[in-house]
Ligand binder design. Structure first.
Ligand SMILES: CC(C)(COP(=O)(O)OP(=O)(O)OC[C@H]1O[C@@H](n2cnc3c(N)ncnc32)[C@H](O)[C@@H]1OP(=O)(O)O)[C@@H](O)C(=O)NCCC(=O)NCCS
Length: 323
């Protein structure tokens, strides 16, 4: 099904949902676009590994019509992925082959993603991008996105062992359905439109990593999503997709630390070299807390939204819209 076509240098750009047969072309487009960007950014040749098939299949399973390709003359020249967390819709990654850039392919994909997320009922639409790249800033600002927060990228070398693992419980596939209601409630206490159920489902069902919950008196008061499976099985790092804590609790810091400890323990036991997190810079308390836990700052992205309002309650929250 073609969902959008428009002219590009007298050639038609077709945007359509991705199908499994597109896999190799989509992986090539991603590798070429990001390697080109990194090469320009650091001033020497750099080649990214291809995005893993498992990750692309997980995105396609979570939102089949939200994974899009752009075609010119029957060849895939760009791709984009939508994610729906409750009524929060975000876009990423989005990429276009270097030789087809600056001809409107990116904006055609972006517009199709926004259309899809609106159709799915998202009342917040946003994304994160690298704040130091004038092209990316122009691309989104001129598409009517507004910056809402700086997102810090922090990293920790894996050495230490955690100290509070007993408060956490791992969700396996047999407990998944019972827990999703509690996870949805916890998300909404952080931000009214936020629900991590779909991310939890793909992490468990597609074996992307581990989902941990923290309970007090039988109630879910904290959630962590750790991705140990990255671009490929052998990846040396793991990445924390989310740590969220009930903002009403007086022991938020303790719950947060117990979840983070467990993520670090799992990463260490899997032989990962380091662990990566992305978190909002809005709270200096959280930043300083992460420093005290031996995380160091590696970079920053910017979170931008086009539709709705998005704010988070509580200090001890790690959330990011990075694909
Ligand atoms: C970002 C990206 C998807 C844009 O795709 P694209 O097909 O080039 O996008 P478009 O042609 O629709 O729009 C590009 C815009 O940037 C502008 N632009 C190009 N180079 C620029 C620069 N150095 N500084 C500022 N603006 C620039 C173009 O003029 C155009 O703006 P306009 O529509 O107002 O004329 C593409 O560059 C890409 O794949 N980059 C690598 C991966 C990436 O960074 N993805 C985004 C991650 S959030």
């Amino acid at each position: 099904m073609n969902i959008l076509s428009r002219a590009n240098k007298n050639r038609e750009i077709t945007i359509r949902p991705m199908v499994i047969d597109d896999m190799e072309q989509v992986r090539d487009v991603g590798q070429i676009a990001w390697s080109d960007l990194a090469t320009q950014d650091i001033g020497r040749r750099f080649r990214y590994p291809k995005r893993s098939e498992r990750l692309i299949k997980a995105y396609m399973a979570a939102d089949p019509d939200g994974c899009l390709v752009a075609e010119i003359d029957g060849k895939i020249v760009g791709s984009a992925f939508c994610h729906i967390w409750g009524n929060v819709g975000w876009i990423g990654p989005l990429e276009v082959l270097p030789m087809n850039q600056n001809d409107g392919v990116g904006k055609a994909l972006l517009g199709a993603c926004e259309h899809h997320l609106s159709e799915k009922g998202c009342d917040v639409i946003g994304l994160e991008t690298m704040s130091h790249l004038p092209k990316n800033l122009h691309f989104y600002l001129s598409s009517k996105y507004s910056p809402i927060s700086l997102i810090l990228v922090m990293e920790k070398q894996m050495m230490s062992k955690g100290t509070h693992p007993h408060f956490t419980e791992e969700i396996d596939i047999s407990h998944l359905e019972h827990t999703l209601g509690d996870i949805a409630r916890l998300g909404r206490s952080i931000s009214p439109s936020l629900d991590y159920s779909s991310e939890v489902k793909i992490t468990v069902e597609r074996r992307m990593g581990h989902v941990l919950v923290s309970k007090r008196e039988g109630k879910v008061v904290g959630l962590a999503i750790l991705h140990t499976y990255q671009r490929d099985e052998e990846s040396r790092y793991s990445s924390i997709k989310a740590v969220i804590v009930d903002p009403e609790r007086s022991d938020q810091e303790e719950i947060f630390d117990s979840l983070l400890d467990r993520c670090e323990q799992i990463s260490s036991s899997m032989g990962k070299d380091h662990i990566l997190v992305r978190l909002s810079a809005e709270s200096p308390t959280l930043y300083n807390h992460m420093l005290s836990r031996s995380y160091s700052l590696k970079g920053a992205n910017i979170r931008m939204i086009k539709k709705g309002n998005y704010e988070e309650n509580g200090i001890y929250q790690i959330t990011s819209w990075a694909g």
